[in-house]
Design a protein around this ligand. Structure first.
Ligand SMILES: C[S@@+](CC[C@H](N)C(=O)[O-])C[C@H]1O[C@@H](n2cnc3c(N)ncnc32)[C@H](O)[C@@H]1O
Length: 272
């Protein structure tokens, strides 16, 4: 990592991080994010005549859901690896392009609908991400944006934060994405959409279990690799959190699976 560049300091804001994550993301995260992507896309009034953009498509959860309606989909992501994965799906009505969601290289009003699922909330300039979604959506068009309802995110991030808050309430390092924290509040999410150029925002809550595979204890340890929550803890505290995490899993696991309920806010709005 180029640590001298502040914009690259967070793994989430480094395309190379996501390039390395493609296979793991598709195997572990996409089955979970697909549940929310399907719900977000289902709110959009789209059909085979529609042009749809999926911003921060990842391995393509929302793009694939939109493409199943027959719509013509443009899927963008700043990670070349993610874009290559979406192209490899071979869907004739999905065009995947490498692009920064904060500065889309696309004309105004080019789409009937825009969707972003757990994408824009990660951008350093998430306001620019929302404004860009509005700019490329035609007046009267629709948008659906999914964010986590907790500033701690979801799944393993959420569970770890809960454990750290319980054990070391003064040592919690907030998730370092300002958009994640800001947009986790329904009122602020609605206001941000209006400020970006959308109207009539409506927010729904959707909850699904993240099913953590706990068959292999080594895999569970590797989950900690990218957790920003550790930075405020010393070695002894980190070990205590890891122990609490493992014993919570042992208490709650059903076979090789441990469920972590995670709630998203799905905002829908119209392009003003
Ligand atoms: C949590 S994943 C979500 C992927 C997908 N939408 C889903 O729901 O499974 C976040 C995605 O945002 C992408 N991303 C992060 N910052 C970005 C930016 N500035 N522009 C475009 N994509 C970005 C990452 O490459 C990654 O694929």
């Amino acid at each position: 990592m180029q640590s001298s560049e502040p914009a690259k300091a967070l793994p989430y804001n480094d395309p190379a991080h996501w390039d390395r994550m493609v296979a793991a993301y598709e195997a572990q995260s996409q089955p979970f994010t697909t549940l929310f992507a399907d719900a977000a896309v289902a709110t959009l009034p789209i059909d085979p005549s529609s042009r749809v953009i999926d911003v921060a498509t990842g391995t393509g959860a929302a793009a694939l859901a939109a493409a199943r309606t027959g719509a013509q989909v443009t899927a963008i992501d700043f990670s070349a690896g993610m874009v290559a994965r979406v192209r490899a799906h071979g869907a004739a009505n999905i065009e995947a392009r490498q692009m920064d969601g904060q500065a889309l290289d696309l004309p105004d009003a080019a789409f009937d609908a825009a969707v972003s699922v757990f994408g824009v909330m990660l951008f350093p300039d998430w306001r620019a991400g929302l404004c860009e979604m509005a700019r490329v959506t035609r007046p009267g068009g629709s948008a659906a944006i999914a964010v986590w309802k907790s500033a701690d995110g979801a799944a393993v991030h959420l569970l770890l934060s809960q454990i750290i808050r319980r054990l070391y309430p003064d040592n919690v390092t907030p998730m370092p994405c300002t958009g994640l924290a800001e947009l986790a509040d329904p009122g602020r999410l609605a206001a941000a959409l209006v400020a970006a150029g959308f109207s009539d925002p409506a927010i729904a809550e959707v909850t699904h279990d993240f099913k953590l595979n706990v068959a292999n204890p080594g895999d569970v340890d590797r989950l900690f690799e990218f957790m920003p929550h550790w930075s405020g803890l010393d070695a002894e505290q980190s070990a205590a959190v890891a122990r609490a995490f493992r014993s919570e899993i042992e208490r709650g696991r059903v076979g090789d699976s441990f469920a972590i309920p995670s709630t998203a806010l799905i905002a829908t709005a119209r392009r003003a």
